[in-house]
Design a protein around this ligand. Structure first.
Ligand code: HEC
Ligand code: HEC
Length: 180
């Protein structure tokens, strides 16, 4: 059946770059976010970006800005713009004075100690603002955002625990560069 973002045509990152002009005031043209409530998306796995965009478009994930943005995009345009942002490299650097062993152990197997995801269907957390990470974890906890893994992980966390893991990943320095 029609699974989320299956697309017959090949991805076209150059076409995606044109579409990204609609995204740049919030996410930057390279995917380095310009406003604290928007996430960095450059260098994320294409599969993750496409799945989230389709979730906003279908209403499975809701947000006043992103629901409007994706309503106007076709599945092909979503695939292309996801390919554009995925065609970047995200490089993370831990803050001075901390080491990988200080990272939240409940998160590292999927999101990495430095917030660079180890799975194609999981996002990078490196350098996201603590506001963004906090908001998403609370959305998973309340059920406003649903995911079989993350809903369970967020359910038992209290606000202080959420802020602690959010601060860990927010303190990582992120650089996003185009891949030639
Ligand atoms: C007016 C600002 C704005 C514009 C324009 C915008 N976004 Fe967003 N975007 C946001 C915000 C805010 C969020 C966080 C939503 C939430 O809290 O759930 C977001 C979330 C996302 C996510 C989810 C990322 C994740 O890590 O889960 C993706 C992917 C995304 N945007 C891609 C795009 C693309 C592609 C465009 C252009 C076609 C675009 N956005 C245009 C503000 C914007
Ligand atoms: C077993 C793998 C796994 C573990 C462990 C895990 N996550 Fe996730 N996480 C995911 C996946 C997969 C997603 C994508 C969810 C979706 O598609 O909506 C995600 C999404 C997120 C998001 C949303 C980010 C965004 O850009 O929208 C945040 C925040 C997050 N995880 C934080 C954490 C934290 C903090 C921990 C540790 C307490 C953790 N995760 C542990 C797999 C995992």
């Amino acid at each position: 059946m029609l699974a989320g973002g299956s697309s017959a045509a090949a991805d076209d990152p150059a076409a995606g770059r044109q579409i990204a002009n609609m995204c740049r005031t919030c996410h930057g043209i390279d995917g380095y976010a310009q406003i604290p409530i928007a996430p960095h998306i450059g260098g994320e796995p294409k599969a993750y970006l496409e799945a989230q965009l389709m979730a906003f478009k279908t209403g499975a994930r809701e947000h006043e800005m992103m629901s409007v943005v994706t309503a106007g995009l076709s599945a092909q345009q979503i695939s292309d713009v996801a390919a554009w942002y995925a065609s970047h490299e995200a490089v993370a650097t831990l803050a001075e004075g901390v080491s990988e062993s200080d990272a939240p152990q409940a998160c590292v197997s999927c999101h990495g100690a430095d917030g660079i995801s180890l799975l194609l269907d999981a996002p990078n957390l490196a350098g996201e603002t603590n506001i963004y990470i906090d908001t998403q974890l609370k959305a998973f906890r309340s059920g406003n955002r649903k995911h079989e893994i993350m809903s369970e992980i967020a359910a038992p966390l209290d606000d202080a625990e959420i802020r602690a893991v959010a601060d860990w990943y927010a303190n990582v320095t992120l650089e996003i560069t185009p891949v030639e």
